[in-house]
Write a protein that binds this ligand. Structure first.
Ligand code: HEC
Ligand SMILES: [Fe+2]
Length: 461
């Protein structure tokens, strides 16, 4: 019961924390995904920049060489005269008898690309659809790009897989015929502005991808760490909330327990069964102090209840009369013991003290709630029909039926049993007495019922 109650109370905190954790995970996951995605694009972006700068520098060097219609150099074994250059002035001799050969721009670039590039995974290649040098022939992709250039494309790019699983970025730009190119390319029927061919570049993506992979790795670690710290924060605040909640729960429970105790006490005081216990206890308390009247109240109670039943009062009402009877003299608790137990005749003062007991009894009993007029019955048990009773001098019907019945039983029991100040007068005398005051002091129906009971053989318990 307690556990399930706690479970229900805590679950909103739990579900909030779970929701927060999910949100946090989704947020970081999305950010990581975005960052990884961006990082994965960087090798290609870098390759493109590299390719463009390679081409622009190649074009610059070419333009420089073209400006001079090629440049003369001393041929060597490694760089001999270009067999594909068909100009008559290709090979010359200086005045100092030195041999020089003309290097056309394409030849220069080819040598540079072949001998100085390639090691860093970067290289270039000059090619054309109409070749002077068959070794410059385009590969499949270059051919497609050259055709695209003739249709007006400004550049072409692609990523190719290498047989060993690597990736190569390829980028190509067209080369156009200028005035100076015609010196050597006029024979091929080119006009200024025609696409002569193109420079294509190869950038190995492996290096960039390695760098990106490193970056992604550190991103994953960083995000993972931040994610864990966030989750820990959420967990800690979850624990705190649960502890606070449990503390609150405990306080509430404590309050409830103390409230219950008070409630139990109050309801116990007024509960029917406890009422009887209370009244019994009160009755016993008086009899402990006043041994001469010990049992008086219980005997009166028994007789009064029987009289009530004889008068055909409801069982409930009769029980109320019984309960009132067992405490009807409780007010004597205020009368000093010497007076109560005094043998012989009482003084006027002592008797006036005794006469206070109905009121005192009423004052004590009115604090106890019950469905019966117990305090009133106790207050009025010494009232008499003709108004000669005490404490209020009530008459006839002003006296409640409970008190009228108790009065009869009280007189009979008191007269027939022994008292400190006189010996018992006997049942006969008692019954004679009530018959005498029937209708004047005591209720005639109650007296009749009482006489009837004794005629039937009633005996005090
Ligand atoms: C000095 C002569 C000369 C000049 C000037 C010259 N070229 Fe060439 N070009 C050649 C020769 C010779 C070849 C072929 C042999 C080689 O690979 O060197 C060639 C090759 C090429 C190629 C490679 C394709 C092929 O046919 O083998 C292209 C592209 C090219 N030239 C473009 C140009 C452009 C564009 C210009 C002007 C900006 C130009 N050339 C200026 C002599 C020249
Ligand atoms: Fe009394």
């Amino acid at each position: 019961m307690q556990a399930s109650k706690q479970h229900i109370k805590i679950s909103p905190i739990k579900s909030n924390s779970i929701l927060l954790s999910i949100l946090w995970t989704v947020l970081l996951g999305a950010l990581l995904f975005f960052n990884v995605h961006e990082t994965q694009k960087t090798p290609l972006q870098h390759a493109e920049i590299q390719a463009k700068s390679l081409i622009s520098s190649a074009i610059s060097f070419r333009s420089w060489a073209t400006h001079f219609g090629g440049v003369y150099v001393r041929p060597s074994e490694k760089y001999p005269a270009n067999p594909y250059l068909k100009l008559p002035e290709r090979d010359i001799t200086t005045t100092k008898d030195e041999k020089l050969t003309l290097i056309n721009p394409a030849y220069m670039m080819r040598q540079v690309f072949q001998d100085f590039y390639g090691k860093d995974g970067i290289n270039g290649h000059m090619t054309s659809l109409k070749l002077l040098n068959p070794n410059n022939k385009p590969d499949t992709w270059e051919r497609k790009s050259l055709i695209a250039f003739e249709r007006g494309s400004k550049y072409e790019s692609t990523v190719e897989q290498t047989p060993d699983g690597g990736k190569i970025f390829r980028y190509m730009q067209p080369l156009y015929i200028e005035e100076k190119c015609l010196k050597c390319h006029a024979e091929q029927n080119y006009k200024v502005g025609d696409v002569r061919g193109g420079i294509s570049t190869f950038i190995d993506l492996r290096k960039g991808e390695e760098i990106a992979a490193g970056t992604i790795k550190s991103l994953v670690w960083t995000y993972g760490l931040v994610w864990l710290i966030g989750l820990m924060g959420i967990f800690i605040s979850f624990r705190r909330s649960i502890m606070l909640e449990a503390e609150r729960e405990q306080k509430i429970n404590l309050l409830k327990v103390s409230e219950n105790l008070a409630q139990e006490f109050i309801s116990g005081m007024s509960a029917l069964s406890n009422l009887e216990e209370t009244l019994n206890a009160i009755s016993t308390m008086l009899e402990k102090r006043d041994p001469y009247t010990a049992g008086h109240q219980r005997r009166v109670a028994d007789l009064a209840e029987k009289i009530a039943l004889k008068l055909a009062l409801p069982r409930e009402k009769a029980h109320g009369i019984y309960l009132a009877s067992i405490v009807h003299d409780i007010g004597k608790i205020q009368v000093p013991a010497e007076v109560l137990n005094k043998p012989g005749k009482l003084t006027d003062l002592e008797f006036s003290l005794i006469k206070l007991h109905p009121q005192t009894g009423y004052d004590i009993l009115k604090a106890i709630s019950s469905p019966w007029p117990i305090p009133e019955a106790v207050l009025q048990h010494h009232e008499r029909l003709d108004g000669t009773g005490y404490p209020q001098g009530l008459k006839g019907e002003q006296i409640i039926i409970e008190a009228r019945i108790i009065a009869v039983a009280d007189v009979v029991e008191a007269m027939s049993s022994h008292r400190p100040y006189r010996p018992g007068l006997g049942l006969e005398a008692a019954l004679a007495e009530i018959s005498k005051v029937r209708g004047t002091q005591l209720d005639s129906n109650a007296v009749d019922a009482c006489l009837e009971l004794f005629k039937e053989g009633y005996q005090f318990p």
